[in-house]
Design a binder for this molecule. Structure first.
Ligand code: ADP
Ligand code: MG
Length: 473
């Protein structure tokens, strides 16, 4: 080993030792040891310390837990002050994980005792993120429906009505969080239940390995004995015909035996173009719910709830500044909050101001698509223009056609394009929020079967300076 390598190896060992001394409870130390066993490699590349893990979920998961504390420990251990820590998916880590799974599969094949099977599910799946619980999930109009269903499933997994539960929505909006919250709740209340959280990417990799090792039986057994299957990001497995066949069978088995399946995806089932029709129709048999971008009020509520865990008080104006300027995803908001916290920790004597936050978050806010916020009023006016109605017509309760459709179209567009909370939108229409929800859902359904209506809505959006892709999914 060259001297340089020795230094690098030492750096990691010293950093880990330092980090571990900062852990107080034996549980925390055990948790670290368990997690660190999944780090397949670690090396310093320039000023980036790269830790190799098996899949993207693991990378995100470990990164949220350890990037910052490990960075601090590495600096203390002698790394450059600007070192950063990154968890990346490497082939090496992926292969190691597959080998481990394979061994477990062999053990399962040789042992039919159900209890053993269950234990192996717990151990073999990536641990659930301890923060992804219902208690830590902030509800708002954008996610309250999805959250209510998730809570109902958590209390009684495997019922007929909400099975499968298909959650879809853009990146960083809380799909994985909500899905894992179900898992936490089930495990906490019934230790005998076997819960499996897996990304569809890993599921697919395992399947491929099982085929090449002629170990399909074990693979099937493993999945068919699960009580609650949490399959994250199903969009990844489209296009693989043989896999879809297998997945279809596993899925049918789970359903037949009354097991609960929860899936997440970045598009609704009908937009899964590379999926077979029969799978798509299965996905739609239970309940399909979208998580939307949070409104301003929910964004600030989420920021406040995350800021409470930080030992220093973050001024309210900074939280509202983040809420106003970052709206694409909760993950991006968390990134902004972390930058602010880091700044406050490094400069304890400086009072953080909006100006400082502005500079600090420049890069993040530039990433946000700068779209002009539309008001409910502007939307109602545009709809009136298209349908030849007056503003007052929209606000009446007259249900004749085409007035009723025009009103619902305006509600639908207001939900999609203003970023305002349901309550505020409802105020704009002088209605209650259930009417708005009902109206926009009615249009969402009609768009799929009425191409003319779809075209009209797209042209109103364009007229308002927005892209049709923002509203029609
Ligand atoms: P997705 O799976 O939709 O890409 P995640 O579930 O990974 O998004 O969420 C991204 C981050 O935002 C996570 O840290 C999660 O805890 C947080 N988050 C998302 N929605 C909420 C919410 N409603 N309340 C609290 N935290 C949230
Ligand atoms: Mg996710």
């Amino acid at each position: 080993m060259t001297e340089l390598n020795t230094v690098r190896a030492d750096l990691w060992d010293i950093a880990v030792a330092l980090y571990k001394t900062s852990l107080v409870s034996p549980d925390d130390i055990r948790r670290w040891d368990r997690h660190a066993a999944a780090f397949a490699s670690h090396e310093l590349n320039g000023n980036v310390f790269v830790i190799g893990v098996a899949d993207q979920y693991a990378a995100d998961f470990y990164s949220s837990l350890y990037s910052e504390p490990l960075r601090i420990a590495l600096v203390k251990a002698g790394a450059a002050a600007d070192v950063t820590v990154k968890f990346l998916v490497t082939d090496e880590a992926r292969l190691a994980e597959e080998r481990k799974r394979e061994e477990e599969n062999r053990a399962i094949l040789g042992d039919t005792q159900r209890i053993k099977l269950k234990q192996s599910h717990f151990n073999s799946t990536i641990p659930l993120n301890a923060n992804y619980t219902f208690e830590n999930f902030v509800k708002g109009p954008s996610n309250s429906f999805a959250c209510a269903i998730a809570e109902a499933i958590a209390k009684e997994p495997g019922g007929n009505t909400n099975n499968p539960f298909f959650i879809w929505g853009g990146a960083g909006l809380g799909k994985t969080h909500l899905m894992q919250a179900i898992g936490h709740h089930v495990i906490r209340h019934d230790q005998s239940k076997s819960v499996c959280y897996i990304t569809s990417e890993t599921f697919l990799n395992e399947y491929i390995t099982a085929i090449s090792n002629k170990a399909l039986d074990a693979f099937r057994k493993r999945y068919r004995h699960i009580d609650l299957l949490l399959l994250d990001d199903v969009q990844f497995v489209g296009g693989k015909v043989q896999f879809q066949e297998e997945f279809f069978n596993t899925y049918n088995d789970l359903m037949t035996y009354g097991k609960q399946v929860v899936m997440t995806c970045d598009v609704p089932p009908k937009k899964l173009n590379s999926f077979e029709e029969r799978l798509i129709s299965r996905f739609q048999q239970g309940i399909v719910i979208e998580i939307e971008s949070p409104s301003y009020e929910t964004r600030v509520a989420i920021l406040k709830s995350k800021a409470r865990k930080f030992p220093h008080r973050i001024p309210e104006e900074i939280l509202t500044y983040i809420g106003e300027n970052i709206h694409s995803s909760v993950r991006a908001m968390e990134g902004a909050l972390t930058l602010v916290m880091r700044y406050m920790e490094a400069n304890p004597s400086v009072q953080i101001t909006q100006q400082i936050a502005h500079v600090l978050l420049k890069e993040l806010t530039e990433d946000e698509v700068t779209i002009r916020r539309l008001s409910v009023e502007e939307i109602i006016k545009a709809v009136c223009g298209t349908y030849g109605l007056s503003y007052g017509d929209i606000l009446t309760t007259n249900r004749s056609q085409p007035l009723s459709t025009a009103r619902q179209v305006a509600m639908f567009l207001a939900r999609k394009l203003t970023g305002l909370s349901l309550e505020v939108v409802a105020d704009g229409f002088k209605r209650n929020h259930t009417t708005i929800l009902h109206g926009s859902q009615a249009i969402q359904k009609r768009i799929d079967v009425e191409p003319e209506l779809k075209k009209t809505i797209e042209s109103i959006a364009e007229h308002l300076g927005r892209k049709p892709s923002e509203i029609i999914i």
